[in-house]
Design a protein around this ligand. Sequence first.
Ligand code: MTE
Ligand code: MO
Length: 347
Amino acid sequence: LIIRSRDPKVQEFPFSSLETAITSNEQFYVRNHFPEPIIDRSAWELKIEGCVDKPFKLTYDELLSLPQRSVVSTLECAGNNRVFLTPPARGVQWELGGAGTAEWSGVPLNVVLERAGLRTGALEVILEGADSGPLEVEPKPAGPVAFSRSVPMAKAMSDVLLVYKMNGEELTVSHGFPVRAIVPGWYAMASIKWLTRVIVTDKTFQGYFQTTDYAYWHRHDGQIERVPISAMLVKAEISRPHANEVVAAGTNYRVFGAAWVGESQVQKVEFSDDGGKSWKQTRLLGDAMQNAWRLWEFEWKAPAEKGTYTLMARATDANGNTQGTQHNRDFGDYMINHCLPVVIEVR
Ligand SMILES: Nc1nc2c(c(=O)[nH]1)N[C@H]1C(S)=C(S)[C@@H](COP(=O)(O)O)O[C@H]1N2
Ligand SMILES: [Mo]
């Protein structure tokens, strides 16, 4: 993994090493905001509280005894690909590897919400982690702020999982041991690690990581509104060739990558070797999957003429959404899903 920051720990998956749809636990990127909490599983409890009839606490063993489900889901950091922004943006300089795909196993959130009994007016579910720290904002909050996000009730009841296994193994500390949330199809800031509280609320959550950070400007009907980031936008990334790779002129090269989208499926991926002027259809590998990336390949004949070439991939989802040529400035330095150039040398 590529170290992007030591404190807090931020590590990137070297995307040019992509081989399989499932990312191994060792190769899975890490994005922390605060020091990692070390939690003793026998002391861990999950509080289910707020706008419910019967608030209760769950121990780790109790959680393991509840119905379990597994889902293959891609996590992508909302700031993935930030290094491609011009002018340069502040924050983690993610290249292509602020994303990974794993099989996550745990208890559906709706199981514990139903046990608690939702009160009328229950609107959102706040997920809170055990980690916290000071924020870089003015005015500075009085005490440390926990990492927390909310999901609307419909999402909470449909596919959110309280996860204790990643690719069949116990979660590691960096990925949220003992329990994390997985919010399938959403940018990964919603998949709260070191989960300790589930708070049902009848108001829209106004937390820092919900409204100030990890939010964007949404324009509609002449209005502009601050909206929390949610589902992943459609995206294809090229794994090989990687930037600055030297490819022999006139040879056959298997271009390879992955493409994904949240709450939909990838329908096609196209490839361009002329900076996006012309496009050719690539071959999708494996099965179509909701919320998980799909590998793709393209048998490319490298140009006979030597020089610098700009390769691009472009994905389209089942709703017809496709990638644009420029970053949407209303998204700030998040949700970067315009076609990314991979500049290579043909020699
Ligand atoms: N408690 C907690 N949960 C968190 C975070 C965090 O800092 N604290 N980071 C979020 C962000 S921004 C991302 S991209 C993912 C990263 O998950 P990973 O480290 O398992 O890849 O965790 C999310 N959940
Ligand atoms: Mo993230």
